[in-house]
Design a protein around this ligand. Structure first.
Ligand SMILES: Nc1ncnc2c1ncn2[C@@H]1O[C@H](COP(=O)(O)OP(=O)(O)O)[C@@H](O)[C@H]1O
Ligand SMILES: [Mg+2]
Length: 261
């Protein structure tokens, strides 16, 4: 994996600091993301990993630092900007509409792509209908890709946890993202489900060229599928580099990997 060649830096985070009141959650964090890579963020619970994703997709606004996306420097990302730039995300705690079917949940991921307003739909019914058909087609492609045809009509609240995670991935994919932020997509999964999810992450990266920023606790998975890994430890940045570099970093071993991992 480490031999792969990457494109340019598309996202560059420099000196990011984020506080909530007196609590500093991110302290001078700097790393970049290159086009087409699988970039992981690891660290213990409370390290600031999810907060970092929230900075990237504009939910949190850092007090210090700079975010450069495709050459444009900004102090903070805005939620609508991030979405418009093609940054999509899944959440640590599944955020799906439990009463809605798999199909309809994935369809909600198309919202940003739907051009016709309600008024336009009323006036230009034929055009809106054509658009709807195109959206459905895209959603069906994602359902095939993720091999979830059998559960397309099932309300997601009735699905096992691992399947819900897969549906959430489908919803993020429906936005046809350039950068996909995955917050612990394998948490709570058994070995087989983790293998499936790892394969989907690799296939998304490979087949669609999607750049992936991944938060994951399973070190086997992280070291296996990541091109580069940044390590956070209670707001501090401990290390940044290839899996080999990070794995052999003494600070990382002492603070995080230890002997039990
Ligand atoms: N909106 C918020 N308000 C206050 N504290 C927050 C908020 N979001 C995160 N935190 C705090 O920031 C720290 C890092 O959290 P988080 O980014 O979720 O860590 P991780 O994902 O690495 O487990 C935690 O102490 C958490 O309680
Ligand atoms: Mg988290």
């Amino acid at each position: 994996m480490n031999e792969r060649n990457f494109g340019e830096v598309i996202l560059d985070l420099k000196g990011i600091s984020l506080s909530f009141g007196a609590m500093r959650v991110l302290n001078n964090i700097s790393f970049n993301v290159r086009q087409g890579e699988i970039r992981s963020i690891i660290g213990p619970n409370g390290a600031g990993k999810s907060s970092m994703l929230n900075v990237i997709n504009g939910v949190y606004h850092p007090q210090e630092g700079e975010i450069t996306f495709r050459g444009e420097v900004r102090k903070e990302m805005k939620v609508h900007e991030a979405a418009g730039f093609g940054i999509a995300r899944t959440f640590q705690n599944i955020a799906l509409f439990k009463g809605m079917s798999t199909l309809d949940n994935i369809m909600t991921g198309r919202n940003l792509k739907m051009k016709s307003s309600m008024l336009a739909q009323a006036i230009y019914w034929g055009k809106a209908q054509k658009e709807e058909i195109e959206h459905r087609k895209k959603v069906e492609e994602i359902i095939d890709f993720l091999e979830i045809q059998a559960i397309r009509k099932t309300p997601v609240g009735r699905l096992p946890y691992g399947m819900q995670k897969r549906v959430e991935l489908g919803r993020a994919l429906a936005a046809e993202p350039e950068i996909l932020l995955l917050d612990e997509p394998m948490a709570g999964m058994n070995v087989e489900e983790k293998e499936d999810m790892s394969r989907f992450v690799l296939d998304i990266n490979d087949e669609f060229g999607t750049t992936i920023v991944l938060i994951e606790h399973d070190m086997g998975v992280v070291m296996d599928i990541s091109d580069r890994v940044v390590v956070l430890d209670y707001g501090r940045q401990l290390a940044d580099g290839t899996p080999d570099v990070v794995r052999s970093n003494q600070d990382v071993i002492d603070a995080y990997l230890g002997v039990s991992h």
